[in-house]
Ligand binder design. Structure first.
Ligand code: CUA
Length: 342
């Protein structure tokens, strides 16, 4: 192979690889990055990262300088025989290379430990919004203790208010992680872990279970909608209201779908306020108001809901939800009903 072609090929391979990797993130999705913090907690972690990186860069520069001096200044040249050192040990040097690294570790650990304690006060800050987060294989349940709202996979938070998340697991170990808001925190069965933060920039932020928890671990996503206090209050009000019963005159299909739902096995797993009391799967009382379905793996569109109801196992391997065997008008009606639950 032409030798001059090798670097060119390597460059092309690197360019293709980076294009491939960056292509993994859909362009319209918000970034899952810890480098653009949108909460106090994420900001502390980011500052800590910068601080430690700065110390590391300083140490790296010193090591490189010492290395260059050793090679080019203090080494012997060909033909110059240097007398070997007659000193067996050097107390000063030994103290220096023992104390030096200890000091470096101390400088890194003090801000780290300070951030850890700051991020998990034992008692929830006064006036904080308390939310119980329950991780399930493979979806997230959010219960707002103060307002009685239960929702799934889409967490709404107001800016400018302390948020206290109490994390529990319904089965195995999961990990709650929203890179732009801070984290991660393990969600462990039989234990409540806390996360306290204050979001400060409205927007939608992506979350993901960050602990391998079985077949559909990668399909255990969620999103956090950070809103202004007014927007949040509106959302809260809509969620607290009972879902509107499907009106036969407005949408005959949704009204028929309500009957399909009421007579289906769906009712034993899913709750709809005033309709069914299931608790194994997500609460569907306001399903139509959510932007995604099946723990954030697809946009909430009628087509996707139909696909999901028809064959959940293919879309989310290992899922508990069975195939319902619905088709044709029954399926269309059920989808229309679910989408009407705003
Ligand atoms: Cu839950 Cu991974």
């Amino acid at each position: 192979m032409n030798r001059r072609l090798v670097p060119a090929r390597i460059a092309v391979a690197i360019a293709m690889l980076s294009a491939f990797i960056s292509g993994c993130a859909a362009r319209h999705e918000p970034p899952m990055t810890t480098l653009a913090p949108k909460s106090d907690l994420a900001q502390w972690i980011y500052s800590l990262f910068l601080e430690v990186t700065l110390w590391d860069a300083g140490i790296f520069a010193i090591v490189v300088a010492a290395f260059i001096l050793a090679i080019f200044v203090f080494s012997t040249r060909v033909g110059e025989a240097a007398a070997p050192s007659s000193v067996a040990s050097d107390l000063g040097l030994e103290v220096a290379w023992t104390l030096g690294p200890a000091l470096v570790l101390l400088m890194i650990s003090i801000p780290t430990v300070r951030t850890i304690f700051r991020s998990q006060p034992r008692i929830a800050p006064q006036g904080s919004l308390e939310i119980k987060v329950i991780a399930h294989q493979w979806w997230w349940e959010f219960q707002y203790a103060q307002s009685g709202i239960t929702t799934a996979n889409e967490l709404h938070l107001p800016i400018g208010r302390q948020i206290r998340l109490n994390l529990e697991s319904g089965d195995v170990i999961h990990s709650f992680w929203v890179p732009q808001l801070g984290g991660k925190r393990d969600v462990v069965p039989g234990q409540i872990n806390e996360l306290t933060l204050e979001a400060n920039v409205p927007g939608t932020y992506l979350g993901q279970c960050a602990e391998f928890c079985g077949l559909s671990h990668a399909n255990m996503r969620f999103r956090v909608m950070v809103e202004t206090p007014d927007q949040f209050a509106m959302w809260e009000k809509a969620q607290q209201a009972a879902p509107l019963a499907a009106d036969k005159a407005v949408s005959p299909s949704a009204a028929d779908g309500a009957e399909v739902f009421a007579n289906s096995p769906c009712t034993s797993c899913h709750r709809i306020d005033g309709v069914s009391k299931g608790y194994i799967g997500p609460d569907l009382s306001h399903f139509g108001a959510r932007t995604t379905l099946a723990a954030g793996i697809m946009p909430n569109t009628p087509d996707n809901v139909a696909k999901w109801v028809t064959d959940p196992e293919t879309l989310k391997p290992g899922v508990l939800m069975p195939k319902l065997g619905l088709s044709g008008k029954q399926l269309d009606d059920l989808v229309a009903y679910l989408e009407s639950l705003k």
